[in-house]
Design a protein around this ligand. Structure first.
Ligand code: PHE
Length: 442
């Protein structure tokens, strides 16, 4: 359970609460969900298994793990890429984590329930454009992340995930129940259950696949690093399926917590990335007129859930770099954490400023934050996933792969599934990834 909790901690995050509901809103509700589930089972799960095999068989940080399979310069570069990606991601991810702290504070100060909906309009834009507060909260978020990781894998990460993941499920179930009791919420439920295939375009497929990779934290070296701590007698297939199922379940619950409330307030679901930070305070404020206490509690619990979910993911992102620095560069864990806090804190600060004073600085037409996000999800994570499947499917000897997935042949069920897993790994996953690349280039 501890293994699944840690993996699920990495998987369940802003991707589930922030990204998933707005993508569902933009892409025809249930139709998107069905495509997303199919991609997760057919493509993402095998990639997850590939990464966990690479990690556990090497018992080493991801630079070394990749280096065992591809010796020399190329292996070195691939490995370092997988150390770099999560550090790149955690820098801007913790900016959003910082927003969740700020919103939690505002919810606790009853700011949302006391304001009229009109006063809240455009509040998110105003908030991120003011430079200092978001930077402060970004650094606080980063500081908490570093503190958990500094305690180590057993005493920090594992303990934290073991209580926070069940807590998150309790919070989200409460929010689902709250949302479903709102007047007019059934329209949201209908939207989530009745597929509207007319809204499905080529983009829906790209969004679903990208979201599935992002949500399972693939291509970032996290699964490799966490798996290197997994004992030899654990069942990797069970861990993978457990993680994918809890991640899917949480995303669906988040959808049922958010979209019925959005429909109940009579708001269009296709608001895009600002859906939870702009729309939800507005909803809490309008609902406060009928049920002030319940709205207050719901608003606090909502932003608390976002904060915890973001934290369990950011600690996994940071651990990849810490594992590399401690195992390969002779750093003490504490100093590795301090160094990464400085580096990622500084880069994240620039990303945060790109909504305000640095908004004119553009790279490929994007501000720094959007540039960081799109290079991560469209390039780095895709490349990392491709490297992993090719390594596990084609470079690693078939026997070694079989050995790792079946614990030396002991796990009979996994042995029976092996041909299917191998087929998905060798053919289906690389083709799926290449399709994703092609469609984003074309
Ligand atoms: N999986 C996390 C989420 O859904 C995000 C993440 C991406 C974490 C990549 C680690 C690596 O929010």
């Amino acid at each position: 359970m501890a293994v699944i909790a840690a993996f699920a901690g990495s998987a369940i995050g802003l991707g589930n609460i922030w990204r998933f509901p707005y993508l569902v809103g933009e892409n025809g509700g249930a139709a998107f969900i069905l495509i997303y589930i199919a991609f997760t089972l057919i493509l993402s799960l095998p990639i997850f298994l590939a990464e966990s095999v690479i990690g556990r068989s090497s018992q080493a940080n991801c630079r070394a793990a990749v280096g065992f399979l591809v010796p020399g310069r190329v292996g070195q570069m691939f490995g370092l890429l997988m150390v770099f990606t999560p550090l790149w991601v955690v820098s801007y991810y913790s900016v959003v984590g910082g927003w969740s702290i700020d919103y939690l504070v505002q919810a606790c100060c009853l700011d949302f329930v006391h304001a009229t909906p009109d006063q809240l309009a455009g509040g998110f834009e105003r908030f991120i454009a003011r430079p200092w507060l978001p930077i402060l909260f970004h650094l606080v978020f980063m500081g908490i992340t570093v503190a958990v990781v500094a305690f180590g894998v057993k005493d920090g990460i594992e303990k934290f995930c073991k209580w926070s993941i069940p807590t998150l499920f309790v919070l989200i179930v409460f929010l689902v129940v709250y949302s479903l009791t709102l007047p007019g919420s059934f329209k949201g439920v209908e939207y989530l259950l009745k597929p509207d295939f007319s809204k499905v375009t080529a983009h829906t497929f790209i969004d679903a696949l990208g979201q599935s990779f992002f949500s399972l934290s693939l291509g970032t070296g996290i699964v490799i690093t966490y798996s290197s701590y997994v004992k030899k007698n654990e069942n990797l297939v069970v861990a993978g399926v457990g993680t994918a199922v809890s991640d899917l379940l949480f995303a669906l619950l988040a959808g049922f917590a958010i979209l019925p409330a959005v429909f109940s307030a009579g708001i269009e679901p296709g608001a895009g990335p600002t859906l939870i930070f702009d729309t939800l305070p507005y909803i809490f404020s309008s609902l406060a007129q009928h049920a002030p206490i319940l709205s207050t509690v719901a608003s606090i619990l909502f932003f608390l859930a976002i904060f915890i979910a973001a934290l369990t993911s950011s600690i996994s992102l940071l651990e990849v770099g810490v594992a590399y620095l401690t195992e390969e560069r002779g750093f003490k864990r504490g100093w590795a954490c301090v160094l990464l806090f400085v580096l990622c804190g500084a880069f994240g600060t620039l990303c945060s400023l790109s909504f305000g004073p640095l908004s004119q600085v553009k790279l490929f037409g994007l501000n720094l934050f959007d540039f960081a996000d799109s290079t991560a999800s469209n390039v780095l994570m895709v490349l990392g996933s491709l490297i992993s499947v090719v390594l596990a499917g084609w470079v690693m000897p078939r026997k070694a792969l079989f050995h790792e997935l079946t614990n030396g042949g002991v796990l009979r069920k996994n042995a029976r599934l092996f041909p299917l897993i191998l087929f998905l790994l060798r053919y289906v996953a690389p083709i799926g990834i290449l399709m994703l690349v092609l469609s984003s280039v074309l």
